[in-house]
Each structure stands twice: as C-alpha cells, then as structure tokens.
Design a binder for this molecule. Structure first.
Ligand SMILES: Cc1cc2nc3c(=O)[nH]c(=O)nc-3n(C[C@H](O)[C@H](O)[C@H](O)COP(=O)(O)OP(=O)(O)OC[C@H]3O[C@@H](n4cnc5c(N)ncnc54)[C@H](O)[C@@H]3O)c2cc1C
Length: 492
C-alpha cells in the first residue's frame, strides 16, 4: 500500500497525536491549524515575564503519556522533567480551613481517619475498586473506537460489568463509603473534570479518584506547554508538516470521498482527512449539508461540558500559604451546578479554582512575582461581556483575599480574562464550551459523536467531542484510536 496523503485539521492534543501516529505508519501528513500558535486549548500565554498555561494545568494519568511516547520508542523524560506535587492540591473550605491533600497514601489515610472514624480503611477499599475500573477503563475501554456495540462483547468486560459500576451514580457510590461532608466533596471533585455533576456521572468514573490519589498530581517543569512542545518535536521528527495560520474553510467532497480541504492560502488534496477541530464546527460548518453526521437539533440536545471564565494574573509579590493547585469550595456546589446544567446562568456564588505554578517553578514568573490562573466553571452559551467578567473578577478577588488572608488585588501587574467569546473566536467552540461534551451515561462510548463520517468513507474525527472524551489523556488516546482505525480501513 503506498503512503497516503493525509490532512489533519487542528493542532490540539488529539490532532498532534493522530498526525504523529499516522506519520509513523509511513503516510505524508500535513497538519493545518487556524491559530498562529500550536496546542489548541493547551496553548500558552506569555506577557511581561509571566507564562500561563491557557488551558490544562493538571497532569494526571502519567501512564497514558508514558504509553504515548513509548509508541515511538521515547519517554516523557526525553522531553520534559516531571515532578510529583506534594501536597497534590489544597481544598479551601473556609478562611481557617484549608485541607492540604497529601501525596503519600499513609498520610492521606490519616487525613481521612481524622475526619471520619474508619474512613482510612474505607479509602483503601474505595481505591481498590477504583483501581480495577482504571485498569479496565484506561487500558482497554478508552482505546475502543466505539463504532459498534460488538466491541464491548468481551468476556472480561461482561464479567466485570457489575464491578465497573456503569449504572450507579458517583453521587450514591461515594456516599456508600463516606458520610463526612468534606470527604464527600473531595471524592466528588474529580468528576468536575468530566463536565457533569456527580448525580449524572456513572460511578465507573471513580477511576478518576484512583488517578488523583494513587497515581498522583504531576507537573512538567516549565508548564503543561512543555508537553505540547514535546509532541510537536516528535511529530516533526516523524515528518509531519505543521502549518499554522491555516484555517480550514471547507472540506470538499465528491463521490462519497473527501477530496481536499480548502484554506484561504490554498487547497490541500487528501486521501484521508482527520478533523481534530471542534466536531460541531466541522460537522455544521465545513461540510455540505448532505455530508453532515448530525442535525442542528442533535447538537442542541447534547449536554455540553461547562465553559470557563478565566483570569491570567501576574502579581508583583509572592503570596504566603498558597499551593500550586487550590480549589475554593467555600460555597455550596449545588446551586452553582444548577446554574451550569439546569437553569444556565452566571453563578450567584461561584466555586473557583486557582493555579499558581510559580509556587513550584521559578521560570514562569519574574523573580519575586507570582503567576495566578483563576478559573470559574460556567454554563456554555451565556452572554459574555466585559462588564460581567469584571464583576466576577471583583467577586473572586475579594473572596480570595479573605480566604488566604492577604492583599492580592493591589499587586496585580498583569491581567487578561478569557471566556465564551474567546473560546468561540479561537477554537470555533460550540456555545463557547471549554471541555467538549459532558461524560454522562447517555454520552458515553457508542453514544458519543462517531469518530467516522457516515457519508464520506475517508473522513474521521478526533478530539474531545468524540471518543473517548474530554481531558488531555483522553484526547491523546483519541488521536491514537483514529490512527488505528485508518490503518484497519485503508492499509491491507
Ligand atoms: C481552561 C481549561 C482547563 C483545562 N484543564 C484541564 C486539566 O487540567 N487537565 C486535563 O487533562 N484537561 C484539561 N482541560 C481539557 C483539555 O485541555 C482538552 O480536553 C484538550 O486540550 C482538547 O484537545 P483537542 O485536541 O480535542 O482540542 P483543541 O485543543 O481545542 O484543538 C483543536 C484545534 O483545532 C483548531 N481549529 C478549529 N477550527 C479549525 C479550522 N477550521 N481550521 C484549522 N484549525 C482549526 C483549533 O484552533 C485548535 O487548535 C482543560 C481545558 C480548558 C479549556
């Protein structure tokens, strides 16, 4: 089989992963990215000596990254240096109630025991179930292309169906083990990464607690963007040609095949097209009507994961008593979750997250300074304007100052906000979503938008809106899954 000419659209984790795997199979791969910089939602922002990772900041599931680089005979350490964070993160319940979550299991069990008698032992039992789910889920299920239910008729999966907890919610699962409110909130927090509330998330996803507590929270020195740099270096080593500032405007198709992709700078002929840009955008805006996998109604009915209001902030001083990751759970999540999922609106009393990588890394801020990223999860599709952003900036800055007991606002020397309008402008994000589709039971595996176009036999999709789902590890896997499907379909 001669090498195919393959066009990959989008340079996020999924596009880079797909392009590299396909080039490694011997194909001629061109990757087209609309923005001037690479990395998609994981781009970096550099200004006034500060460096901010614009999107992902949590490096979880290091084994998934190890496996990716091992495909090419490499290791993450060939490109970046990983450090395990300890504490993994801090949960702030109140001004004088900061829970530092230790990396060491014995210390974590002691923390659980101190909050609820017997909870140390229960944590062991909880994590041992979660480990099974992680092994089956992350080593097996997420690599399935989900093109047919038959893929899931596998004795190991069927035998383990009960253990996989697909039909119980995280909400009830966690409460079977713990009664202490703080422990419940701690155990439910990783579910927020999946873009849904614990009540609507299958308990299968307690595998995220295993990732959090057993595998740990890591940090690539220099920032998450180091991972993108590593992937770009590997992609180029494999021969992928990356063209930035090349927005794809149309996928041209004839006789049941995508023939080329059009950009303002010219057309690119392709034997195969892999769309790593937001699925909704590709489906509804780059394809002719008769080649779209889904209708506008289908998209309207999807449960999108939240969008985010972010502030990238540079301070001219160091803060005391802060850690690399901090979750501010001083407000009840119930009403905020309702304002994200049920009655979408700007939150009345938002929970928020702070990342300060300069606590760990002195290369990301000028000497004596701190870089802060503040993130409020919000409903997608909200009206986003400067006045609203400013209102929330003041709300969370005031709360932050009280909760960490020191002045912050007067020390801000750099500030940039980012929300719905930016997600749409930069990534063509459907309703300004940040994290793609929510991982609800009705949007899992074969119920997700398919990785293959129904009408064009050489058009595939990858990324956080198709299988296996949102997050850096899943999108890294998504690129590998689609490259394997192309190998099966085209190479005989
Ligand atoms: C604020 C935020 C925080 C996050 N935090 C974490 C975290 O801590 N840990 C974690 O694991 N995950 C996190 N995530 C999720 C994770 O970052 C994403 O799931 C992942 O990066 C998505 O990768 P992707 O390749 O699917 O999409 P993208 O990164 O969005 O890549 C798609 C690319 O396609 C390009 N594109 C779009 N349209 C076109 C076009 N017409 N022509 C050419 N190119 C086009 C876009 O510019 C973009 O570069 C976070 C996401 C956000 C936004």
């Amino acid at each position: 089989m001669p090498a195919l000419d393959i066009c990959v659209i989008g340079s996020g984790f999924a596009g880079l992963s797909a392009a590299t795997c396909l080039a490694d199979q011997g194909h001629n791969v061109i990757l087209l990215e609309k923005n001037k910089t690479i990395g998609g939602r994981a781009r970096k922002l550099e200004a006034d000596g500060f460096m901010f990772d614009m999107g992902p900041s949590w490096y979880w599931m290091p084994d998934v990254f190890d496996r990716y680089f091992a495909l090419f005979g490499k290791k993450p350490s060939d490109y970046y240096h990983l450090k395990r964070l300890d504490p993994s993160y801090t949960v702030v319940f109140d001004k004088d109630d900061h829970m530092k979550v230790p990396a060491k299991m014995s210390e974590l069990e002691a923390l659980f025991e101190s909050l609820e008698k017997g909870a140390g032992k229960k944590l062991q039992a909880f994590l041992s179930q979660a480990e099974y789910k992680y092994e089956v889920g992350i080593n097996d299920l997420v690599y399935k292309p989900s093109r047919s239910l038959l893929e899931f008729i596998d004795p190991r999966l069927l035998k383990g169906l009960v253990k996989m907890d697909v039909f119980q919610s995280m909400h009830s699962h966690v409460r079977k083990f713990f009664t202490n409110d703080k422990l419940i909130r701690l155990m439910e927090f990783p579910v927020l990464f999946l873009g849904a509330i614990p009540e609507n998330t299958p308990a299968l996803y307690s595998l995220m607690n295993y990732a959090d507590m057993s595998l740990g929270t890591w940090y690539p020195e220099g920032g998450m963007y180091k991972v993108i740099e590593a992937m770009v270096s590997l992609a180029e080593e494999k021969g992928v040609k990356i063209l930035t500032d090349h927005e794809v405007e149309k996928i041209v198709a004839k006789n049941g095949k995508a023939e080329s992709v059009l950009t303002a700078k010219g057309a690119f002929k392709a034997d195969v097209v892999v769309a790593g840009a937001d699925y909704h955008h590709v489906d509804q805006h780059l394809l002719d009507y008769e080649h779209r996998n889904y209708s506008p109604k289908y998209w309207e009915k999807r449960t999108m994961a939240p969008s985010s209001l972010l502030f990238y902030i540079g301070l001219n001083k160091k803060l005391k008593n802060i850690t690399h990751h901090m979750l501010f759970f001083d407000e009840d999540f119930g009403p905020h979750a309702k304002e994200i999922y049920e009655t979408p609106d700007w939150p009345s009393n938002p929970l928020f997250y702070l990342s300060a990588t300069s606590v760990t890394d002195d290369t990301v801020a000028p000497k004596g300074c701190e870089n802060l990223i503040l993130l409020i999860p919000v409903a997608p599709g909200l009206k986003d304007d400067e006045a609203t952003r400013e209102k929330y900036y003041n709300i969370i800055m005031d709360r932050l100052e009280i909760l960490i007991g020191q002045e912050v606002k007067n020390h801000v020397v750099f500030k940039q906000s980012y929300a719905h309008n930016d997600f749409i402008k930069d990534y063509h994000a459907f309703r300004g979503n940040a994290y793609g589709l929510a991982n609800t039971l009705k949007q899992t595996a074969i119920l997700k938008p398919s990785l293959k176009n129904r009408y064009l036999k050489n058009l595939y999709y990858t990324g956080q809106l198709t299988v296996p789902g949102p997050g850096v590890p899943p999108t890294l896997i998504s690129g590998q899954v689609v490259a394997n499907e192309i190998k099966k379909d085209f190479v005989r």
